[in-house]
Design a protein. Sequence first.
Length: 314
Amino acid sequence: MPASSKTNDAKWRSEYPFSSHWMNLPDGQLHYVDEGSRSGETLLFVHGNPTWSFHWRRLITAMSPTRRCVAIDHLGCGLSDKPHVGYRLADRIRHLGRLVDELDLRHVTLVAQDWGGAIGLGAMLDRQERLDRVLLYNTGAWPPDSIPARINVCKTPLLGKLALQGGNLFSLTALRMTMARRKLDAIAEAGYLAPYNNWANRRAVYEFVADIPRTPDHPTWRTLKSIDERLPQLARLPIRLVWGMQDWCFTPACLERFQRYWPEAEAFRLEDVGHWVPEDAPEEALRLLAEFVGGATAVGDAAAHSTHVVREGV
């Protein structure tokens, strides 16, 4: 587990009351949350960078009374071990696939954002017999047409490593730059930062950025290309796309590309919301998930009467 202070633990663990589970991998123990009923449907939550399963805490709390909720911490992230090993997208896909297989997850609804989209789709495209539905918050799953300048500069080998792994710049700026409607409170900030509290524990944060491919000869470009080519295979499934329209990274153009692959998908545009939809628009994020799969313990009046969602699609 990460070496976080007792003070930080006290702040965020009240919002993250879940039991810890572990899967052994050759490089260390992978942590995951597994809440709710073990029978019936499963919600599989897959996070991106620089987040961890804490990102899904509200959705897990609300949905676990009626659904099995499994949320991975990628190796090097969250409460998983922080091995001195570099990973690429293909490794992350393999790790998630092993978790799905070992837990024998069936009737899966994939819920993913950021890098979690490519990781989750990559794993479930190889296990389509286990997949029932897909709900994506801002993400992408293809080789990038371009890389935003503020991320591209973070890929500079020495400067990027010092800034992200040394100064924790990526995590610190994410607390602000992923939000448009509201600000994170101190508890949420502590929760996001707790696992990434020193140089060694921030290796994966930097390596996720370093793994963004610029050219077709990059191994992860080829992995993304393979996912991209297979996305139409999922068009037969119920798919819901929930997009923060103020996201400067996974922009509305990403939503439109998914819609080309999946023309029958439901699309919901949250006009004043940024990249971290479950944080910036927690009521809408929960309501649109609960409506999609059926059932939640507390969606809330604010969610039921939200005026911030513009729906497209079927």
